[in-house]
Design a protein around this ligand. Structure first.
Ligand code: UDP
Length: 385
């Protein structure tokens, strides 16, 4: 590999695969170390041996984007089938449509309002005195008013994040739409779909390049990063530094398997808004691939809890305490030469798949520009703070 440039990528999830591919196509030699025994990170999919259903091992992943280049990119490695995320929620023994739309409002209040009537009705219940929502709860009260907030958001959010909604940033709720129509598509984005053979097959396609070597079951240690032109690190930022300043907080998930003859719940995702129900949602994975037929179904109840040292990190918490620690890790990272931190874990941010791919493409291109110009590649191409 002498003369070709040697790049080490840590992690064979979306970030690592996309960066590795772009650099391999530019003629560099890429080694990817992956600690787990599979590629594709938390969007890993696997056929369930008992039912034949394609399972999203680390919970539901639905691809949606407004980024035309990213949409073309993923479709270069997988056949995407049309798929709209239509989520339901069970609250106090009744089933409602999500995200909050005209159907939800009419169901919840037992009315038959048209869009203008519903808009005026919700405006009358929303807390107009809140100008700049300081947290999740204020954002919700301003957005939909107390009744809908308490039914659909408070319990779910307490279970999902393990803290009071007043402690959480308003931005988490801004992920969700409020619609005065019967459109129950969970996402706003122009391009939405599901890879026919799953995300792992798609990531395998991205990694399939003669310039890329993937080593599964290899845990990266900072001491072994030397000898490379550059390291792209997509593992946990605090883990890179052996947690020497403490641990950044994450939520992890536990999944409880349910096997069923036939259709278990009639939809892919059923949320549970009541705080008394211990799981946040149930995902029935056969519904993510409605073009397939299976006799038996498999679903998973999803439980959220604080992530301990041996657990898989899912959601970065990013409360005030975590942000203060993050600032200190970011300082350390910026002082480290020859390594860039990328992706959800490397930058400790709540990232959708399309944003992860966009940032990975941008990071790899930035690296090539710096290499050509003889300038130093920064530790972060997206500010994590
Ligand atoms: N949320 C909620 N009730 C729901 C769905 C979502 O309160 O039925 C809140 C919850 O705090 C969650 C956030 O909205 O963390 C964002 O929801 P999203 O569905 O985007 O979460 P993800 O699919 O990423 O877990």
């Amino acid at each position: 590999m002498t003369g070709r440039g040697r790049i080490l990528v840590v992690g064979a999830g979306l970030s690592g695969a996309v960066i590795g591919r772009l650099l391999a196509e530019a003629g560099l030699g890429v080694t990817i170390l992956e600690a787990r025994d599979h590629i594709a990170g938390n969007c890993h999919t696997r056929r369930d041996p008992a039912t034949g259903v394609l399972v999203h091992v680390y919970g539901p992943h639905i691809f949606h984007t407004d980024d035309a280049e990213v949409w073309d990119y993923v479709r270069g490695f997988a056949t995407f089938r049309p798929y709209l995320n239509r989520v339901k929620t069970t609250v106090a023994g009744k089933v409602y449509s999500l995200p909050v739309n005209l159907h939800t409002i009419n169901q919840f209040f037992g009315r038959a309002m048209n869009p203008d009537e519903a808009r005026a009705f919700i405006a009358g219940r929303a807390e107009a005195t809140i100008a700049e929502p300081a947290n999740f709860e204020e954002q919700a009260l301003k957005f939909i008013g107390r009744d809908l907030y308490e039914a659909f958001f408070r319990g779910y959010t307490v279970k999902q994040w393990g803290c009071a909604p007043t402690e959480l940033p308003a931005a988490i709720l801004r992920r969700l739409p409020l619609r005065f129509s019967y459109d129950d598509n969970y996402f706003f984005h122009r391009f939405q779909g599901m890879p026919e053979e799953g995300y792992t097959a798609m990531v395998a396609g991205i990694l399939d390049h003669p310039g890329i070597e993937v080593r599964l079951g290899h845990r990266f240690a900072r001491a072994t990063g030397g000898g490379h032109d550059h390291v792209f690190y997509s593992g946990p930022l605090d883990g890179y530094f052996d947690f020497e300043l403490g641990r950044l907080g994450y939520r992890t998930l536990d999944f409880e398997r349910v096997e069923h003859a036939g259709d278990f719940q009639g939809c892919a995702v059923m949320n549970y808004g009541d705080v008394e129900v211990p799981w946040t949602r149930i995902a029935e994975h056969g519904h993510f691939a409605p073009w397939e037929r299976h006799d038996r179904s498999v679903a998973f109840r999803e439980y959220s809890r604080a992530c301990g040292p041996g657990d898989i990190p899912y959601y970065p918490i990013r409360l005030v305490a975590e942000k203060a620690l993050l600032v200190r890790y970011v300082e350390r990272a910026r002082a480290e030469a020859g390594v860039s931190f990328v992706g959800r874990l490397g930058t400790y941010r709540y990232l959708d798949m399309d944003v992860t791919i966009r940032e990975a493409l941008d990071a790899a291109r930035a690296f090539l520009r710096h290499r050509a110009a003889g300038t130093a590649m920064p530790a972060f191409t997206v500010a994590p703070l």
